[in-house]
Design a protein around this ligand. Structure first.
Ligand code: ADP
Ligand code: 5GP
Length: 207
């Protein structure tokens, strides 16, 4: 019997909105696989190779592009980021759900390659609050923060491509909204028709 495939959740939104924070919390409670991306960005203090990202040189990254190893890849604020294809496909085949925390350009590439992906756009409560979060995170220099902020509105304008939006104002409310989206997706009838009918048929037959 073929196993049911897992679902692919794409979580995107402007840098500093809270994608990383929300994904981390969700992964504590819900058994999902997080896709670890490859990047040419320098590791921030405390980031672990293989857990937060696979940190590679530009040459290694380009070699992976050439070998067709990415599901999607994009240059984001000067650095290259990409989703390794193998891991995602393997986990989905095993029936595991996979979460991608990626930028808007990459998210749209995933939607094209895998139209069944569930696309969630995370919004900041305001552009002013987004600035505060990027400054408060303290991980990026002022010019990098400006670069990240200047792209935010044009990213938000692409929201029409997404299935769901969540405003990350109060983080607990936002986490619970993302979890609710995942629960709703698990209850979609088209994916479960056979299983549902079988369960009641078996009961009636006394199996
Ligand atoms: P992203 O992954 O989208 O770039 P992060 O998860 O790194 O964003 O969050 C950016 C900063 O904002 C972090 O310092 C984080 O602790 C903070 N943050 C995230 N969500 C909220 C929230 N709802 N309210 C206040 N601060 C938040
Ligand atoms: P950061 O440098 O803050 O970790 O990430 C910068 C941006 O790159 C964020 O919006 C993040 O979601 C995005 N990103 C992280 N991994 C990937 C990836 O594999 N592909 C793409 N396209 N974007 C990514």
């Amino acid at each position: 019997m073929s196993r049911k495939k897992g679902k692919l959740y794409v979580i995107t939104g402007p840098s500093g909105t809270g994608k990383g924070s929300i994904c981390k919390e969700i992964l504590k409670d819900i058994e999902n696989e997080f896709s670890v991306s490859m990047t040419t960005r320098e590791a921030r203090e405390g980031e672990i190779h293989g857990k937060d990202y696979f940190f590679v040189t530009e040459e290694e990254f380009l070699d992976n592009i050439e070998k067709g190893n990415f599901l999607e890849h994009a240059r984001v604020f000067g650095n290259l980021y990409g989703t390794p294809k193998d891991m995602v496909i393997k986990q989905l085949e095993r029936g595991r759900n996979v979460i991608l925390d990626i930028d808007v350009q990459g998210a749209l590439q995933v939607k094209k390659a895998m139209p069944e992906a569930i696309m969630i756009f995370l919004l900041p409560p305001s552009l002013g609050e987004l600035r505060k979060r990027l400054e408060g995170r303290g991980t990026d220099k002022a010019d990098v923060i400006e670069k990240r902020l200047s792209g935010a509105l044009s990213e938000i304008k692409l929201i029409g491509e997404y299935d769901y939006y969540v405003i990350n104002d109060d983080i607990d409310t936002a986490i619970s909204s993302v979890k609710s989206i995942m629960t709703a997706e698990e209850c979609r009838v088209p994916d479960k028709v056979r299983d549902i009918i079988k369960k009641y048929e078996q009961e009636e037959k006394g199996e």
